[in-house]
Write a protein that binds this ligand. Structure first.
Ligand code: FPP
Length: 257
């Protein structure tokens, strides 16, 4: 597999922590803790092979409904991760990003997150974007609210002038290109409210591994499956071969690999 075929942006639905834990006779939270090791491995691999953007679905808007002890344990894990990674991120030129309704996170997590976002803002080899308290529908509602505000300010006057780009540019992280590849682990085939707008043309690869078992070798297998896909963006094979020359707007705001 040559680097030319690597996706520019990989998004991952990290699923199966609980099932992995149960299969090992452990508590669910131990699955999440083990899942943090997989996060470290995948981040390291992305940095090593030159993937430019990685978005991880760490906590959904729906996850707030989990038992309070599990939510608290997950928040503790996020905090521990943020506090332990700063040096590594700076050394490896990794910029932390975050998308979601961050105001719902505990204050300690918000503070630590803000510290890391600021400290790594100048890094540019890999953007690691954590989706925290994230919902794809909420994100689209957020964009719609911004549009209404701009209408009220008189910045938008003609409804017919509203384009896809007006929505895309008001998402949580509009500068990040759409994912080329969406991976979901634990053999589940659902998108679960993740990046609903952005995955319009993403290739989806399902891994059978539970997230705590997901390692560099499984990640590389997913990249190989992706490299074998023929991305057509709704066009025919012949026309898609020239899609590299199309602007990102024309190909669903995605890198045309
Ligand atoms: C889904 O598995 C996973 C989550 C809801 C949490 C993801 C969090 C981590 C991997 C912890 C570490 C993350 C970071 C960023 C340090 P599940 O619990 O729904 O699994 P199940 O479907 O088997 O129950």
């Amino acid at each position: 597999m040559n680097q030319h075929n690597f996706p520019r942006h990989v998004a991952i639905i990290m699923d199966g922590n609980g099932r992995w834990a149960i299969s090992q006779g452990k508590q669910r939270i131990e699955g999440h803790a083990q899942g943090a090791h997989s996060v470290r491995q995948v981040v390291e691999t992305c940095r090593k092979i030159g993937i430019r953007y990685l978005t991880l679905y760490a906590f959904s808007t729906e996850n707030w409904e989990r038992p309070p002890a599990e939510v608290e344990a997950l928040m503790g894990l996020f905090l521990k991760y943020l506090e332990s990674e700063q040096e590594n991120f700076l050394k490896n030129d990794i910029r932390l990003r975050a998308v979601g309704d961050l105001s719902r996170l505990p204050e300690a997590v918000q503070l630590s997150l803000k510290g890391m976002l600021d400290a790594t803002a100048h890094c540019s080899s890999l953007d690691l974007c954590l989706a925290l308290s994230y919902g794809g529908r909420s994100e689209i509602v957020h964009a719609a609210k911004q549009i209404v505000r701009d209408v009220q300010k008189g910045l938008i006057q003609d409804p017919d002038s509203i384009s896809e780009n007006d929505i895309a540019s008001r998402l949580y992280a509009p500068d990040i290109p759409d994912p080329d590849l969406l991976i979901r682990t634990s053999n589940e085939v659902r998108v679960s409210n993740f990046l609903l707008w952005q995955i319009a043309y993403s290739e989806i690869v399902i891994s059978e591994k539970f997230w705590p078992e997901f390692d560099e070798s499984e990640f590389m297998k997913c990249l190989e499956v992706y490299a074998g896909r023929d991305r057509r963006f709704g066009r025919t094979q012949n026309t898609s071969e020239s899609s590299r020359e199309l602007s990102s707007d024309e190909v669903g705001h995605s890198s045309a690999s």
